[in-house]
Design a protein around this ligand. Structure first.
Ligand code: FES
Length: 94
């Protein structure tokens, strides 16, 4: 379920937040999206070790199964995916 994050100091809404489960090898973590961050950024920020190389959408090494659809995670920002819902990002099935 997507929800809006609210910043009390500024009184502004920070955009829609999506819960994301990331699976890399035997490790999985549940995190939240951040405005403008790709799925690959979020996995790295969570301390995980997803496969990647170019970070520009050319090598396809960052490919993962995202809610049943293959995506290049270095090019995928959750807020650009249309209807926001909880995501499962499985690098084992990329
Ligand atoms: S890291 Fe190369 S396509 Fe994503």
């Amino acid at each position: 379920m997507a929800f809006n994050k609210f910043d009390r100091k500024s009184g502004k809404t920070l955009g829609q937040i999506v819960k994301i489960k990331i699976i890399v090898g035997n490790e999985n973590k549940e995190i939240e999206s951040e405005e403008g961050r790709t799925l690959l950024d979020l996995a790295l920020m969570a301390g995980m070790a997803p496969p990647y190389s170019c970070m520009e959408g050319h090598c396809e090494s960052c490919r993962a199964l995202v809610n049943g659809k293959h995506r290049l995670t270095c090019q995928t920002v959750p807020s650009s995916m249309g209807a926001l819902e909880d995501l499962v990002v499985d690098y084992n099935k990329g």
